[in-house]
Design a binder for this molecule. Structure first.
Ligand SMILES: Cc1ncc(COP(=O)(O)O)c(C=O)c1O
Length: 390
């Protein structure tokens, strides 16, 4: 028996796939990018929408404020955040934008980020730098030969007396690595520099304790690993920054504090935020620790299966892996975005497997996710793909 074929976990895998709306013909190995919402949570969101439509004015004036406050409080409790400093946003990109576009940078200030950063956030940093004269300063992290010490040392070397903000991912998107964020927060604090942790993938995937982490700013998605509907995410802000951070959309609550500013940014869909408690209840039904243990183990088996079949390697050490793994492809083609996109499209067209292909650090990688509805057979399907013929 091969290592990734041991230990089946009966309540997960195909047994719970019916809880989701996933197309049974597709091996859905890309939970990481956009999540997958259970039927029960979709139905909860729909109930909230119908409730609003029954009396929109009464709902907005009488129900919305308390319902959003309850969703915020539930979210804060889940990540041990301070409910007074945690607001709901629609996605991690929006939360990171709120921070980056609220801080006052002046020409010559530096914003440190890493080569593993999510591109939309890196673009935001570039935009803010263009608007203010600040300088984007990238810490170049390797993909393969990486460990937590290398991450801390490399980010540390990029910090200078002109650094005004450090931005680092909790779990990286292209390379699927859990970064040593507690050490990065301590590093930033030692330099007297604020830090924004982009935790888009972290809630649900790792056991989050925002109070213990103590980052100045933390953004996280609920619609990735917490089973929420698309459009549910949060931004947590440390006390000393709370009167300086504003949403990208300024509305009636301007100047009235974080909660009032972020709770109402104009008329919008209520479903994702207000069904958040039911998303958390869905996970609690299986047990968050059990989900994490299952997904970690399945991801380890998936990585081992792919590495063995392709004769390549995974990004980083296993100790930096959560529910995502990036494995180098056995193809001798130029590592360009166009090639990656062509391979991704061919993979789906010929094999009905959804897994992103990325060009990174001069190599091509496929990234897989492990969520409760996945099983080993789906990664074996990917392992059997002859990439040289795609
Ligand atoms: C590290 C990171 N940051 C931000 C995002 C953006 O998330 P969203 O599309 O929910 O804003 C992602 C999405 O995959 C990500 O991986």
């Amino acid at each position: 028996m091969r290592p990734w074929q041991r230990r089946p976990m009966p309540e997960f895998g195909a047994a719970c796939r019916g809880e989701f709306l996933l197309d049974p013909e597709i091996a859905h190995l890309n939970h990481g990018s956009f999540g997958a919402t259970p039927r029960a949570v979709m139905e909860s969101a729909e109930r909230w929408r119908r409730r609003m439509e029954a009396d929109t004015t009464g709902f907005v004036r009488g129900v919305w404020p308390e319902a959003v406050a309850a969703a915020r409080t539930a979210m804060a409790a889940f990540v041990n955040g301070d409910p007074a400093g945690l607001v709901l946003v629609e996605n991690a990109t929006q939360g990171a934008n709120a921070v980056l576009r609220s801080l006052d940078f002046v020409p010559g200030d530096e914003i440190v980020f890493t080569t593993h950063g999510y591109r939309a956030v890196t673009r935001t940093i570039e935009h803010v730098c263009r608007m203010t004269g600040a300088i984007p300063k990238v810490a170049e992290l390797p993909a393969a030969a990486i460990d937590p010490d290398i991450v801390v040392e490399t980010v540390g070397r990029a910090i200078s007396p002109r650094t005004r903000l450090v931005v680092a991912d909790h779990i990286t998107s292209p390379t699927a690595l859990v970064l040593p964020v507690a050490r990065l927060v301590a590093l930033a604090r030692d330099h007297g520099v604020p830090i924004l942790i982009d935790g888009a993938h972290a809630p649900g995937q790792v056991d989050l304790d925002l109070a213990a982490l103590g980052a100045d700013f933390y953004v996280g998605n609920a619609h990735k690993w917490l089973f929420a509907c698309k459009g549910a995410a949060f931004l947590s802000v440390a006390p000393r920054w709370r009167d300086r951070i504003h949403p990208g959309t300024i509305s009636h609550g301007y100047g009235k504090g974080l909660a009032e500013e972020f709770d109402w940014i104009g008329t919008r869909d209520v479903g994702a935020w207000l069904s958040l408690a039911d998303a958390l209840a869905f996970g609690a039904r299986y047990g968050w620790a059990a989900i994490r243990a299952h997904n970690d183990a399945l991801c380890a088996r998936a990585a081992a299966c792919l590495v063995s079949a392709y004769g390549t390697r995974a990004s980083g050490p296993a100790s930096m892996r959560g529910h995502l793994a990036a494995v180098m492809l056995p193809v001798d083609r130029t590592a360009e975005e166009a090639t990656a996109l062509a391979l991704y499209a061919a993979l789906f067209a010929r094999h009905r497997v959804r897994a992103p292909v990325m060009a990174f650090d001069g190599r091509l990688w496929v990234r897989v996710s492990a969520q409760i509805y996945n099983d080993v057979g789906q990664y074996e399907r990917l392992a059997a793909v002859d990439w040289s013929r795609l």
